[in-house]
Structures are given as C-alpha cells and as structure tokens.
Ligand binder design. Structure first.
Ligand code: ZN
Ligand code: FE
Ligand code: FE
Length: 274
C-alpha cells in the first residue's frame, strides 16, 4: 500500500516525522513519501524511522510555485535532498514565506486582530521548517480571534479575505527545473483543486514528469479525467492522501488515498532512467 503525499511538523502537519511513519505503518502502508511544503527538514528523520519499521521511503517535497497569482503545488520525488542548488532555492522560498506571514500579520493587527508571531517565526526559521498561513491561523485561534483554522481562513486569511496577501515567487517552469537539477521527478499536485487544464499543457512543455491523479479532494470523475490527461501527455501518475493530521483539511489518515503499485513501479522506473 503506497501513499506518496504526507505532511509533518516540518511544515503544516500535526505529527513529527517519526510519529507520522508510525501512523503510516499502523495503517498498513508499505511505501511512503513525506512531502512537506518547501522544506526537506522532515526527510532524514522520516527515512530513519521508515528504515527501522521496514517501510520503503521516497524522498519527497511539495514546492509552491506561483502561476497567474495563484499557488501551484509541485511535488518532487526521488531527488537528492542534499543538492546544494535545491537547498538554496528552498531557503529562499522559506524566507519569502516569512515575509508574507509578517505582511499578513500586520494587516491582521490593523484590522484589530493582533497576534504575536515573531517567536514562532524565529523557531521556524532556525529549524528549517516552513511558515505559512496555518501559523497565523493557529495564532488567531490561540488569541481567541477565530474558532479554528477553517474559521480563520474563511473570514481572514483565505484568498480575497481582508488579511490576504498574494504570494510572490518562482513559476512552475523554474520549480520543475530545480527539481530536475537535483535529480528528481516533478508531479503537479492535486490538479483538481486548480481546475486549469491549460496549465497542465504549459507545465508539460516545461518538462513536467507526472501529475497527481489520486488525491483526497479529487472526485471519481476528476480522478478519471486526470488519469486520461496523464496518458494523453505521456506522463507518469502519482497519488496520496495529503494527510496533515486528524481533524485538519484533506484526508483524516495516512493511506486514505493510495497509489496503485503498477503506477509506483512506472514512476520509479522513470526516476531510474532520468
Ligand atoms: Zn499543507
Ligand atoms: Fe498541496
Ligand atoms: Fe500537500
């Protein structure tokens, strides 16, 4: 049983890499990838825990690209997590995330929703973990300004809300290039959330290797549609639960969405050939 999309405390997940691997093992998974946002800080602890539990572990990441002012998530697999160019790129991505969180915190303060985030940002920065809107959401909940993360996003942090600041940063083509430079494969994450089929073609021209067909938020129709899209462009197919933690968005447990073994074999073969 294979799940190639899992988050940890290295970004916005609830479980440490070790605890996530234990959960994945208990759920019957045999092959996993940790795909935190813009960081590989959870990968080495995840690999050690997976080795100890007898799970196959794939180095993974979920990089945020920006396309026409929208976030586009690109998954990377089978890359070298020690690649210097990738590390430098991810460091810049994380610093830009901190800048954006600070801008949004300033907007919140001017709206009367002051939150203290500097200690948390400092800790995130020092550990190579990733800051993002969930950090603001949790601070809003802690200060009594929101009921939970969903409430904070719906009223204040979501796209079009009063504290929202659009992201700046690398385009999809640049993200694909850096994943390739580090020896990896790039897969477009949850295309069903973007609903932008023209973008798939653009990214294929930029060297995209795969698309995420199986995902917690894809309907059966979308899964079929993206499976066919992958076949049409000659792409590999990836999939996973996008588990962040119990009670958080996406799947409620690791392994809630699985990648068929034959698809994993095709992806791994492509990685070996690249
Ligand atoms: Zn996330
Ligand atoms: Fe994502
Ligand atoms: Fe994700």
């Amino acid at each position: 049983m294979i799940d190639l999309h899992l988050h940890t405390t290295a970004s916005d997940g609830q479980l440490t890499p070790g605890a996530l691997v234990a959960r994945a093992h208990a759920a019957g998974l045999t092959t996993i990838a940790i795909t935190d946002h813009d960081t590989t800080a959870g990968v080495s602890a995840g690999r050690a825990a997976a080795d100890a539990a007898g799970l196959t572990f794939v180095d993974g990441i979920e990089i945020t690209a920006v396309h026409q002012q929208r976030d586009v998530h690109v998954l990377g697999y089978f890359f070298d997590p020690g690649h210097a160019g990738l590390a430098q790129f991810l460091q810049e991505q994380r610093l830009d995330r901190i800048r954006r969180v600070r801008e949004m915190a300033a907007r919140l303060a001017s709206l009367g929703y002051g939150v203290e985030i500097e200690p948390a940002l400092e800790e995130v920065r020092n550990s190579g973990r990733t800051a993002g809107r969930p950090l603001l959401a949790d601070a809003l909940v802690g200060a009594g300004h929101a009921l939970n993360r969903d409430d904070a996003f719906a009223r204040l942090l979501g796209r079009g809300c009063p504290a929202f600041v659009p992201r700046r940063g690398a385009g999809g083509d640049e993200v694909i290039r850096i994943v390739h430079a580090a020896g990896g494969l790039a897969s477009l994450a949850h295309p069903g959330l973007l609903k932008d089929d023209a973008l798939v073609g653009t990214l294929v021209d930029a060297g995209l290797d795969a698309i995420e067909v199986w995902h917690a938020d894809h309907s059966p129709e979308q899964t079929a549609h993206y499976a066919a899209t992958a076949a049409r462009f000659g792409l590999a197919r990836t999939g996973g639960s996008d588990f962040h933690g119990e009670g958080l968005h996406r799947a409620s447990q690791p392994g809630a969405v699985l990648l068929p073994p034959a698809e994993f074999d095709a992806l791994a073969a492509r990685a070996r050939a690249s």
